[in-house]
Design a protein around this ligand. Sequence first.
Ligand SMILES: C[S@@+](CC[C@H](N)C(=O)[O-])C[C@H]1O[C@@H](n2cnc3c(N)ncnc32)[C@H](O)[C@@H]1O
Length: 211
Amino acid sequence: MEFTDAELQQYVEQHTKPESEVLKKLNRETHANVLRPRMLSGHLQGRVLSMLSHMIKPKCILEIGTYTGYSAICLAEGLAPEGKLITIDVNEELEEMVRRYFEDAGLAACIDYMIGNAVEVVPTLDIQPDIVFIDADKASYAAYFDMVIDKMPSGAFIIADNVLWSGKVVGEKVDKKTQAILDFNKKVHNDERVENVLFPIRDGLMVMRKI
Ligand SMILES: C[S@@+](CC[C@H](N)C(=O)[O-])C[C@H]1O[C@@H](n2cnc3c(N)ncnc32)[C@H](O)[C@@H]1O
């Protein structure tokens, strides 16, 4: 489901900074060769993530759900000098492609790419992230929030993708994944540790600031 009229969407993208050549190539290669390319953040959301990261100037970013590395590159663009982005994905099949693009983007040195199940990996990390981007299995969104919230400094941000779930959050049929997203949105909206705004960008970005 598209939330913005196609013509308006085109106008929005035409008036948003274009993707870099590396991101354009990564976008094309993902669509040509990788299953479920709709998972990639894409031009507009990628620029939003990059802009937010530049505004926050994070020393540490944690990303849960690397896929082909598109959003990791966008987020890493705004890192503070000497900053680090840690990104985790359970799918080892994309490793060669992901590492190649981190190199091509000139960001390999500041990205720590970990292959593994984030549910097991995140609790082992000794970090205090300024941004956490949650973009992996929907059933674990609430668990990821609980795993990171107490590690984060006051003023840090959590961003969760796909929180409109193609519009199913207001649909009549509620399947398991939709219920997980509904539960997550309700949980964070009622959590007094964060202030939240649901941005209707692409499939919905929930942005939360730790108080
Ligand atoms: C929506 S894609 C991420 C898209 C990427 N962030 C972007 O915007 O380009 C979700 C990814 O989460 C990964 N994933 C799913 N469950 C996971 C888990 N338990 N631990 C780590 N990664 C997981 C999948 O393999 C998939 O690559």
